[in-house]
Unconditional design. Structure first.
Length: 147
């Protein structure tokens, strides 16, 4: 196995220790490729039609996660790249909340410890992302997915 892996834009990334490789939670995806299942997207624009003004209203979603199946996303990407009709008519995307904000908004009776340990079926806690594992090299805070 090589000492360095190629990261974003072919820039070498430092080699991780074997124990770190085994525990890695995140991987950098190629920005120009298909969306991937569980890919975290920042600053996604959501448009909602307002019938009173007959306009679309834009809302910025700071953090979201793709929950569509990888095989469907890849098939749709390949169809688009080959000039064929797209296969998907939608992609399942959920909003994520920064953990600190989610903790403040948590309903009474829900244990924060259970949420952060992923023992509450209504929530999934994602650990923070270091800058070295982020395609934008910024990192992300710990995030909560609410179902």
């Amino acid at each position: 196995m090589p000492d360095e892996a190629l990261g974003v834009a072919g820039v070498p990334e430092p080699a991780a220790a074997p124990a770190q490789r085994a525990l890695a939670v995140y991987a950098i995806s190629e920005v120009a490729r298909e969306l991937r299942q569980s890919e975290i997207i920042t600053d996604l624009s959501q448009f909602t039609y307002d019938p009173t003004t007959r306009n679309a209203v834009e809302t910025k979603v700071p953090y979201s996660i793709v929950l569509a199946q990888d095989c469907d996303l890849l098939r749709d990407f390949e169809a688009s790249a080959n000039g064929k009709p797209l296969c998907l008519n939608g992609v399942l995307v959920y909003e994520l909340e920064p953990s600190e904000r989610a903790k403040q908004q948590l309903q009474r009776g829900v244990s924060w410890q259970r949420v952060t340990q992923n023992n509450d079926e209504r929530f999934h806690c994602l650990p923070d992302v270091p800058a070295t594992a982020d395609a934008c090299q910024e990192g992300l805070p710990s995030l909560i997915l609410g179902f």
